[in-house]
Design a protein around this ligand. Structure first.
Ligand code: 5CA
Ligand code: ZN
Length: 477
């Protein structure tokens, strides 16, 4: 196997590493003959399944899952002016049914506000119907003109989790924005991905929003990846779609809305932050195979080893682990390589010597080796799994910390921007942001940054010297 695919480039050459890893570890196949569309290998899809089970579990606490149509009639799509402006260059249109031109052209959803809100207008009657909190996990289509990349910038986003909520007041919608940020933080914490939350500058907010909060992480090459956004929609859409409710006094009022989304970029971040030169490294929670058992069957005691391996498999399966025995006729080294590439958390080696000592040898994906007495198999494995999870999280946090750099002046920022995100004071004037972006060759990502790794700071704007607030600047994917 290893001979066939060749060695993985080192992660220091991030872009080459990422592309090669996606196919060697069987996450995505990029050979589908349409630009920006990719195919999930079953292994990649299994990772997705576990990641999205976490996401669904979090959403299901106080949202309900739903499913709306893919096609949106032109007149609905064209209702909200800002929204149209933001998306018109990115929409795919269905114009024909067979040979006949359609009376009404249909948009492939780039996101689902204009599919969902006409129905919300029908569903919302009284204050007692509020709040509404629904979400769906669907594919969406965006005719992206920037460089497309598997899992990062797609023309068919296959795993778009979008939530859409309706509230009686602006303030209640604002509370929902905060709740959504908490949910997203928890989601990424479960994946061991450290994030920074900030408020996007006005020119970069979602088309049709009052304001946008973004969740970013820093990739191994120092570039920023936006891995989630939460939008306060105010009453922009409720005005255009006529979403009104009767308040307790009998008055008709417009509702206030939020929406927030996460895509398979979450999986791009997962793979990129944790992976190493040997392949995928996955938090055990989302590893399709958590434990692989490699029987060491040299010599005469083959049958005994096979039986012991099967017993271990059975015991771990009953304890809820995803386990596989690798009985293939391959050298152990080839098996280790194979499973390391695919991100198996734990490898259990069992040979005659282990049987004699009533133990099993455990090697984690990140290389720690120990032995567990067979009598303590399940608690022993659990402890190693917890240690592995914690170690991954710690390393990812360290990475983020080392790439968040506070700079008081433009000269400092110029040096620092090569490494990751710089934090500079900015006065919130667009003119100064343009100068920052031009000088640093990077984007103003957001203000009011929130992360355990940094404190809000104030100081003179690095351009004009007027009072400024801490602002994130980074090169974004
Ligand atoms: N309706 C809102 C909330 S669901 C919305 O569409 N927001 S969005 O445009 O910001 O998209 C939500 C998230 O999807 C983004 O934060 C980003 O992480 C991800 N995303 C956006 N475009 C793409 C794309 N072309 N490929 C992969 N992921 C994307
Ligand atoms: Zn300024």
């Amino acid at each position: 196997m290893e001979d066939e695919r060749g060695a993985l480039p080192t992660k220091t050459d991030f872009s080459a590493w990422y592309n090669e890893l996606l196919w060697q570890a069987e996450v995505m196949d990029v050979r589908y003959p349409v630009k920006g569309l990719y195919v999930w290998y079953p292994h990649g899809f299994a990772i997705r399944k576990h990641v999205y089970a976490i996401l669904r579990g979090l959403m299901d606490r106080d949202h309900q899952e739903t499913l709306f149509p893919l096609l949106i009639p032109e007149q609905e799509f064209m209702k909200e002016a800002e929204h149209i402006k933001g998306f018109e260059d990115e929409v795919y249109w269905v114009t024909h049914g067979g040979k006949d031109p359609l009376d009404v052209p249909l948009a492939l959803r780039p996101t689902s506000e204009t599919a969902i809100y006409p129905m919300y207008a029908l569903w919302v009657r009284s204050h007692a119907d509020l709040p509404i909190r629904l979400y769906q996990v669907v594919n969406t289509f965006r005719y992206e003109t920037k460089h497309t990349r598997p899992l990062i910038r797609l023309r068919e986003i296959t795993s778009f989790k979008e939530a859409h909520t309706v509230h009686a007041t602006w303030e209640q919608a604002e509370l929902q924005v905060e709740e959504a940020i908490r949910l997203y933080r928890e989601f990424y914490e479960r994946l061991g991905i450290p994030v920074i939350v900030s408020r996007r500058p006005d020119w970069d907010k979602f088309p049709g929003a009052d304001y946008t909060m973004a969740v970013d992480t820093i990739m191994p090459d120092g570039k920023t990846l936006q891995i989630g956004t939460v939008h306060h929609l105010g009453d922009h859409f409720s005005q255009t779609f006529n979403i009104t409710y009767e308040d307790p006094e009998g008055l008709q009022r417009h509702a206030y809305q939020t929406c927030y989304g996460i895509s398979e970029r979450s999986i791009a971040a997962l793979i990129s932050l944790h992976g190493d030169d040997k392949g995928l490294v996955l938090p055990p929670d989302v590893a399709p195979v958590q434990v692989v058992i490699v029987p060491i069957t040299i010599g005469k005691r083959k049958e005994e080893v096979t039986t012991a391996a099967a017993a271990i498999e059975q015991e771990l399966k009953s304890a809820g682990y995803r386990v596989k025995i690798d009985n293939r006729d391959l050298r152990p080294g080839a098996k280790y390589y194979y499973w390391e590439m695919r991100g198996v958390s734990l490898r259990l080696e069992i040979g005659p010597r282990d049987i004699d000592a009533s133990q099993v040898t455990v090697v984690t994906r990140t290389g720690t080796r120990s032995v567990i007495p067979l009598a303590d198999l399940v608690p022993g494995v659990k402890e190693v799994v917890l240690g592995e999870t914690a170690g991954m999280k710690e390393r990812a946090e360290e990475h983020l910390k080392s790439r968040l750099i506070i700079s008081g002046t433009m000269d400092e920022a110029k040096q620092a921007i090569e490494k990751g995100i710089v934090l500079v004071p900015w006065c919130e004037e667009k003119g100064c942001a343009d100068i920052i972006e031009e000088r640093l060759g990077a984007s103003v990502l957001g203000t009011r940054a929130r992360s355990p790794h940094l404190k809000e700071q104030e100081g003179p704007c690095v351009v004009c010297g007027k009072p400024g607030k801490t602002t994130l600047v980074g090169r974004a994917y």
